[in-house]
Design a protein. Structure first.
Length: 236
């Protein structure tokens, strides 16, 4: 069993708009299986827990001052527990923003504290590919089988409703609130079509497809060694 796991290729999902950077091709040369799709959020999805946003130093500064940065961070934090920013170059050395170093610093502090984001600096696309490949291999190495956690002690129906909706992959607390506000009940949520689910901000088509796959796939009693399919199986 351990040999099978080691031989299984490391899968990473790359946004199709990243192809012009050359990084997906570099990742493939590193031996990773790169699935290119138009991602709703992030540039690379390492697993159901890790998303990577790649930015040049200039784009990082632009996204801060045009208002995109924290909107992107908010949407990623709702869908993934771990956010990683890979920044190519040093935004603090950009002449255009030398008078705004305090704001750049505050932005990085906010990403780290408010969104629990990891910020890694890169020398360029080739170095970024090395970083992303290392993240993917690390995630693949430490990946563990899904285990059931203890039921929380919840005191109201509303808390149970949110808990149930949050149990679906990629749905955090804020998205769960949106789901229940949109559909009204869990019953309407689970009976919704992919199109209806994808209309909820924070879900998108790819996550809607995964939710419907989980809901529709017949349960297969396990042998105690493995539980059903993986996230890769659902997304492939």
């Amino acid at each position: 069993m351990s040999e099978e796991r080691q031989s299984k290729p490391t899968i990473i999902y790359a946004d199709i708009r990243e192809e012009k950077s050359g990084i997906p091709s570099l990742l493939e040369r590193e031996g990773l299986l790169v699935v290119k799709k138009q991602l709703d959020i992030g540039d690379y999805v390492i697993s159901d827990k890790i998303v990577v946003e790649r930015k040049t130093a200039t784009d990082f500064a632009h996204s801060l001052f045009d208002g995109r940065l924290f909107d992107q961070a908010s949407r990623m934090s709702e869908a993934f527990p771990i956010i990683v920013y890979v920044i190519e170059g040093n935004p603090f050395r950009l002449r255009r923003y030398r008078s705004r170093l305090t704001q750049l610093t505050s932005a990085m502090v906010a990403l780290a504290v408010d969104f629990n984001a990891k910020i890694l600096f890169s020398e360029g696309p080739s170095h970024s590919a090395t970083i992303i490949a290392s993240l993917a291999r690390r995630a693949n190495t430490v990946r563990k089988p899904v285990t059931l956690h203890k039921k929380p002690k919840l005191s109201s129906i509303r808390e149970w409703q949110l808990y149930i909706v949050e149990s679906f992959p990629g749905i955090g607390a804020k998205t769960a609130e949106r789901v229940l506000e949109h559909f009204g009940t869990i019953e309407r949520f689970v009976n919704a079509s992919i199109v209806e689910l994808s209309r909820v901000p924070g879900i998108g088509e790819r996550r809607a497809e995964l939710i419907k796959t989980i809901l529709k796939t017949p349960y297969k009693p396990g042998t105690g060694k493995k539980r059903g399919g993986t996230i890769e199986d659902f997304l492939s």
